[in-house]
Ligand binder design. Sequence first.
Ligand code: HGY
Ligand code: MN
Ligand code: MN
Length: 418
Amino acid sequence: MTETPETRAARAVDETRLWDRLMTMASYGALANGGVNRQALSPEDVAARRRMKRWADARGFQVTTDGIGNLFVRRPGSDPEAAPVMTGSHMDSQPTGGKFDGIYGVLAGLEALCALEDAGVATRRPIEVVAWTNEEGSRFRPGVMGSSVFAGRLALDDALGVADGDGITVASALAEVRAAETDIPVRDMGGPVASYIEAHIEQGPVLEAAGKTVGVVTGIQGIRWFDVEVTGREDHAGTTPLKTRKDALKAATGIVTALGRALADPDDVVRFTVGRFEAFPGAPSTVPGRVVFTIDLRHPDGATIERLSAAIAKTSVVEAAGCEVAVRETMNAAPTIFPDEMVATVRRHAEALEISHLELPSGAGHDAMNMHGLCPTGMVFIPCENGISHNEAEAATPGDCAAGARVLTACLTDLANR
Ligand code: HGY
Ligand code: MN
Ligand code: MN
């Protein structure tokens, strides 16, 4: 292996330090079956943020936050005028999430900064590790909230006004976070970024099946979220004849079945998921008068996702069975294709480090979707066991975590010297 600043920094990645930090973070919100529940801006999230601050302080890195609670850890460059290279991901999790989704990218970024320090490698540009607020969108919708505000795709005031299921707004949850972080300065929103590169577990089966250690990510498929509300009429379950009912649950299940048929794809590329389904008032003896459910639709092709979205709106109304149906879009992320040069940068450094690799698109959404368009953006994947994610059983090996961090470190060193 030829010695360069990139390989020197990459070799300083400490597998044990990174793994120990992953396990420490997994203790904040730990669940009985090995996973985590660390919702955005919750006390568990605050504990993870405090830990991040202590690790950053120990190495003399500068920690700041912004108006939506994104948390930044900065290692300065030699040129004080130069825009930073950024890396990172998210620290919030699904309600029954794993130990790696999101947090791996944040800690791989921190490991890169520590490795640069340990190797004594300076960069021209500063490098910033960011933990984006509320990527998952499981507490506050939409997801990828912090990066959307940073990139100017979502107004700060709109994001601050979003309420969780208990009526707590982002603004009030953030005020509590701030109260625990009086030692972290608040910086202006956004700002110039030279480039962005995010590390993440693949969350799918491709790398493991191919026996490759690192994924060179070519893009991210498009994502649409919808809320569907079906309104019927509450009636007595014992007395109301079936033919006069407006049963919202019966209509809603009919809609979901019809959507499954309308979106059927023999090639198995379309991703259609109803992840939340609630009937009201939720009493055994009352015909449900209202049902709300969510739709998560994904496809790599922009025109196809448009066509399928139109089909969702139409099918939902056609299958209403005498009830009223309202379909509301809550998230729209167009398919992303990363620039060739960023893809080539990841590939080049994986090759230089002699780490086996494979090019692949991302099935999952990431904050990188928002950074794309703001600056040249790319991603590095590592395998996860059996491709399982959004599940407490999510697993990755210490060796793969370190290999991904090495490729990330080399890419950051290179990008920060351009
Ligand atoms: O839903 C997603 O793709 C991501 O894991 N938030
Ligand atoms: Mn994630
Ligand atoms: Mn996720």
